[in-house]
Design a protein around this ligand. Structure first.
Ligand code: ARG
Length: 476
């Protein structure tokens, strides 16, 4: 049947070759063929065709017998593709013509009635929307799982102290729970972007035909509802040339991939020997073929790396769409490879990140020691001078700098300085200062709304749990 990918047996194309005296060159066939990648749309294509032919039958545009024969033929093709995969014949260009050609083999010329009142232009837009809608749904489900895992680990480590960084320099002590909840916030915004993408994708292009609509008495509400869209699209020119839905997906995936990449980078740093804050799960690490001691964070590195390819896919489709006149142009066939590639990388990245969040072993003692080492409570000393001794903050900052210098000279922590040493720097300091200098006191004191204090983290965790439960209820 489909014996060759790149050899043409027909002098002209049987689908559209009527006006041509000569068939396409080998180069034309090759550059034109989207079947190597759009065969991934076969389920959507058959589903949309079944909805279309059911509507044609209901409207009396094709007879009930023809509609039945076409539907049965489509079911048979679905069974074949499920079993054997989709054959790849470049002469048939794409998944739409591949299905139609097989339908003709199976049921004869009546197959030709399926394409009444539609075009590949509204067909591909419909198929692709169905596919992207599922990708959005997968992203949302995976994001819920990753967010829930972050919340659980944050709860576990609501009071675990680690150094907080700016410029990757120890800044102030924070809690690991607070740090993990920062990623929960990012991924919650990402989920909102995918939810918005699902709202916008919810209009069905089918029936827009080539670009102008059709003269046949079709029922677009019926096909829209059969395919689980809320409504048909309102403008046929827009409907066949719109790929915003694919860009919505890629933009949301890009933003999320950037977040995953930042978290991956932190896990890589934390798992490094100089940090020693964490040990990544065995299942998501690899060894070295030459250095027996190595335990490499490859999954995290690939999540970080894949983000570049996902953003690249988004850039690719944006540039494909830029400057295209209405309505369909063949450039738009290039919409699918970036989306398919980004989706499989993104699904994998989320799955890998879920495992890393759930199974990473954190090292609280190492984190605490690092937080204690970097004079991370210097701001607390300055704040204490302001509060307890009514010193202006700028002056308090300067006094604290002297104390840090002294502690450095003595190779000790700020809280280990003798009261006499501190009073030599400024006599207004008294013994109450030590209540502010411990890293536990520092963290507990940052209890402003959204701050790092364990109580605050626990409150955010409780809210996040309630939100996740509510979201799960809403999608049921
Ligand atoms: N393979 C094409 C694509 O993916 C289908 C639409 C073809 N339409 C056309 N007018 N040639 O975009």
């Amino acid at each position: 049947m489909h014996d060759s990918k790149n050899q043409s047996n027909d002098p002209t194309n049987t689908m559209w070759g009527g006006r041509f005296a000569q068939g396409p060159s080998a180069i034309m066939r090759e550059i034109n063929a989207s079947i190597p990648f759009d065969k991934a749309l076969w389920r959507e294509d058959i589903r949309a065709s079944k909805a279309h032919v059911a509507m044609l039958g209901a409207q009396g545009i094709v007879t009930p017998e023809d509609a039945r024969a076409i539907t049965d033929g489509l079911d048979q093709i679905a069974a074949e593709y499920e079993r054997d995969g989709v054959p790849e014949n470049w002469d048939l260009e794409d998944i739409h013509m591949t299905v139609e050609a097989r339908l003709t083999e199976l049921i004869g010329p009546v197959a030709g009635r399926l394409h009444t009142a539609r075009s590949r232009n509204d067909q591909v837009a419909t198929d692709f929307k169905l596919w992207v809608r599922r990708a959005n749904a997968r992203a949302l489900a995976a994001l819920s799982a990753v967010r829930a895992a972050l919340v659980e680990r944050a709860d576990e480590h609501a009071a675990t102290i680690m150094p907080g960084f700016t410029h990757l320099q120890t800044a102030q002590p924070v809690t690991l729970g607070h740090h993990l909840m920062a990623y929960y916030e990012m991924l919650t915004r990402d989920a909102a972007r995918f939810t918005a993408a699902q709202d916008r994708i919810d209009e069905c292009p089918l029936g827009s035909a080539a670009l102008a609509g059709t003269g046949f008495p079709i029922d677009r509400e019926a096909t829209a509802h059969a395919l689980d869209f809320s409504a048909p699209t309102r403008n046929s020119l827009d409907a066949v040339s719109d790929r915003d839905f694919a860009l919505d997906y890629l933009m949301a995936a890009s933003q999320c991939a950037i977040h995953l990449s930042r978290l991956a980078e932190e896990l890589i740093l934390w798992a490094s020997q100089p940090f020693g804050f964490a040990s990544l799960p065995d299942q998501l690490s690899t060894g070295s073929s030459i250095m027996p001691q190595k335990r490499n964070p490859d999954a995290a590195e690939l999540v970080r790396g894949h983000s570049g390819r996902i953003v690249g896919a988004c850039t690719s489709l944006m540039i494909t769409m830029k400057g295209l006149p209405l309505a369909y142009s063949k450039d738009m066939q290039d919409d699918k490879p970036p989306v398919f590639e980004a989706a499989s990388l993104f699904d994998l990245s989320l799955a890998a990140m879920l495992g890393m969040i759930a199974q990473t072993t954190f090292k609280p003692e190492k984190m605490r020691a690092a937080a204690a080492a970097g004079h991370a409570t210097a701001t607390d000393l300055a704040d204490w001078l302001v509060r307890a001794a009514d010193i202006p903050f700028r002056e308090a900052h300067h006094i604290t700098g002297e104390a840090v210098k002294l502690a450095d000279n003595k190779s000790c922590a700020l809280e280990e300085l003798a009261l006499a040493d501190l009073q030599a720097i400024d006599p207004r300091i008294d013994e109450r200062v030590f209540g502010a200098l411990s890293i536990e006191a520092s963290v507990a004191s940052r209890a402003s709304y959204g701050g790092t204090a364990p109580d605050q983290v626990q409150s955010r965790v409780a809210e996040a749990r309630a939100r996740l439960a509510q979201e799960a209820g809403a999608t049921k």
